[in-house]
Design a protein around this ligand. Structure first.
Ligand SMILES: [Zn+2]
Length: 271
């Protein structure tokens, strides 16, 4: 039983502002400690549930957040960037389950620190369905037949998870009280909830389903200003639909995912 964990930071209990999530800024060291402890809870639960291998992919910002000496030594840690597969780098059909911990809901939602990859994205759609990072990454896992079995974050992301992945276990560690505010469970209580949900997710692996990958994958991104869309449209194969919207279509979802990342990378810096 091999478990892959993609871990972000913004959905961690107690994390409420960009100043807490950027290396070098105020309270970042606290955030990475809280993030590491929640990841450890997911690792511990996974092993208790019957996992034999756990690989953690550090998926926040520059992807160098998890202090290796604070992570459960039974797990392997993938860190650093850029990684071609980004938040799902290294995920293959060899894995049985994926966990998404410390996640936040999609751009435009009332989730604490909501965004989709970066702040240029107003809305992203895969084949007509609005998605955030959870959806983009769950579809990637789907191309390998890997189900998302556990998600952790706030109450807004819980609703997004129930809608997209009704079979997945969810550990709610905080309630969004605004873009920069949340009502968090105590750190120990949050970790206990994650540990328990992770254990059940692995024990109940037979009930987990991979998403159905879309037949003709298309990504549509609405940016926040026309300069971003103009810049994103440089991507080969991309089509600009209107002042703010760029589309990319391909028969292979993994190419669509890569194109999405290319679009947002091209768009960033165009303020
Ligand atoms: Zn993040």
């Amino acid at each position: 039983m091999q478990v892959y964990i993609s871990t972000d930071m913004e959905g961690t209990a107690g994390v409420t502002g960009w100043v807490m999530t950027h290396p070098g800024e105020h309270d970042y060291e606290l955030s990475r400690r809280l993030m590491a402890a929640e990841v450890n809870a997911a690792i511990e639960g996974a092993f208790q549930g019957g996992a034999t291998t756990v690989v953690v992919n550090d998926s926040h910002d520059g992807m160098r957040n998890l202090p290796l000496d604070q992570i459960d030594p039974r797990a392997l840690v993938l860190s650093g960037s850029p990684k071609p597969g980004s938040m799902v780098e290294g995920l293959t059909e060899d894995f049985d389950l994926m966990f998404c911990t410390g996640y936040h809901a999609m751009a435009g939602s009332p989730s604490t620190l909501a965004h989709t990859y970066n702040l240029t994205v107003q809305e992203a759609q895969i084949s007509g369905r609005r998605v955030g990072e959870l959806g983009l990454n769950a579809y990637w896992a789907a191309t390998f037949g890997v189900p998302v079995a556990l998600v952790t974050g706030d109450d807004v992301l819980e609703a997004e998870t129930r809608d997209l992945l009704p079979w997945a276990r969810y550990a709610q560690v905080k309630e969004a009280r605004g873009r920069y505010a949340s009502l968090s469970r105590g750190a120990e209580a949050a970790r206990a909830a994650i540990r328990q949900a992770a254990e059940r997710a692995v024990r109940e692996h037979a009930t987990m389903k991979p998403l159905q990958p879309p037949e003709n994958p298309e990504v549509k991104v609405r940016f926040t200003n026309p300069g971003q869309a103009q810049s994103a449209a440089i991507c080969p194969g991309a089509e600009r639909l209107d002042a703010l919207t760029v589309r990319f279509v391909h028969s292979d979802y993994r190419q669509v995912y890569r194109a999405f990342r290319t679009l947002v990378t091209l768009a960033s810096g165009q303020n």
